[in-house]
Design a binder for this molecule. Structure first.
Ligand SMILES: [Zn+2]
Length: 345
């Protein structure tokens, strides 16, 4: 199995995020991806490839042009406001919540930052755009590998993507890599594609992007949003809208869920994906379901990821795996590569 590695990922290195009322060092750090790469190399699980460079059109299949223009220029605008800003990340602090307008694009930079985001946990840095752009190329390259006949491919990238919507960032995510991969498979002629999100947190961005579409099925296993981030989406009664009715499946689970109960939910998701008739699968591979994760609440053990990978592989579909969350940094490599092992035979 080929791995498309984002060699520019470390360009995105936030200093602080707003977390439970305080600015704390970022949980989403470059070492996460480096540990996965080292473990892939240690086990010799296939070729590590540089991604192909896709043009801007590939991004506009998922993201709005005004959002992409904002992301691309945000850092230079931030530094133009004050030269000292070069030494601090940009974090949003004001948002257009209910009764405000979302159709107006203000001139003020802080206002636009709020318009295009939903939390203060996702610092925008000097290298965010470069890293996110190369990460999107990894996801698109992995999808292209399937188009060319590979059975599976892995996009090893950061920042992650599944919280990013068509026109907003948040949850450490800026470009939705899984959605870009799914859309690439659709454009290449696969009639029906499923996205299965196994990250601890609901993939609100991916759900929102495909919510009214009948051709991309979204299924997610995640911490119950009544208590877990991102709180405002991911409930079981969200089943799709319009032509997409029935093509969205949320399986929220309580804090403390172990692999036995988690894997029961996985069976429900895989059965629904089989009924849907997916021709290819995109897995949003977060490993923050691990018992040792500092910001999550499930109790999966490292060996459970071996079983998870085997079960996903047995679904029998061409599969793109996209790296998402996982913040027990020292264990992220072993856990993620345990999932990948079954796809590397
Ligand atoms: Zn997560």
């Amino acid at each position: 199995m080929k791995t498309f590695f984002n060699h520019l990922h470390a360009q995105h290195q936030g200093q602080f995020e707003m977390f439970r009322g305080a600015l704390v060092p970022c949980h989403e750090v470059p070492a996460r991806a480096d540990h996965v790469l080292a473990e892939l190399q240690r086990r010799k699980l296939g070729e590590i490839c540089a991604p192909q460079a896709f043009d801007a059109h590939a991004l506009t299949t998922i993201h709005s042009e005004r959002y992409l223009a904002f992301l691309e220029n945000a850092w230079s605008e931030w530094v133009a406001l004050d030269p000292d800003n070069a030494n601090r990340d940009a974090l949003p602090s004001v948002w257009p919540t209910r009764t405000f307008r979302g159709d107006v694009l203000p001139d003020n930079f802080a206002a636009r930052m709020g318009l295009f985001s939903f939390d203060a946990g996702s610092p925008l840095t000097s290298g965010t755009w470069v890293a996110a752009r190369a990460g999107a190329d990894c996801a698109l390259s992995a999808a292209q590998a399937l188009v060319e006949g590979d059975k599976a491919a892995f996009a090893l990238s950061r920042p992650p993507g599944h919280h990013a919507g068509a026109d907003f960032f948040g949850g450490y995510c800026f470009l939705n890599n899984a959605a870009l991969a799914a859309q690439h498979l659709r454009a290449a002629g696969m009639a029906r594609v499923a996205v299965l999100d196994v990250d601890y947190h609901h993939g609100n961005g991916t759900q929102a992007i495909f919510y009214d579409r009948p051709d991309v099925f979204f299924a997610s296993l995640h911490g119950d949003p009544r208590t877990e981030y991102p709180f405002f989406l991911g409930y079981a009664d969200e089943t799709g809208a319009g032509a997409g009715e029935g093509a969205n499946l949320n399986l929220p689970l309580p804090r403390g869920t172990d692999y036995g109960h988690w894997s029961d939910a996985l069976e429900v998701a895989l059965a629904a994906i089989a009924r849907f008739g997916a021709e290819a699968l995109v897995v949003s591979l977060g490993v923050d379901t691990f018992a040792g994760d500092p910001i999550s609440g499930f109790t999966l053990q490292s060996d459970d990821y071996l079983r998870m990978g085997e079960r996903l592989q047995q679904a029998g579909l061409p599969t793109v795996l996209v790296f998402e969350g996982g913040y027990a940094v020292a264990d992220v490599g072993i856990n993620a590569v345990n999932v990948l092992q079954a796809f590397s035979r």
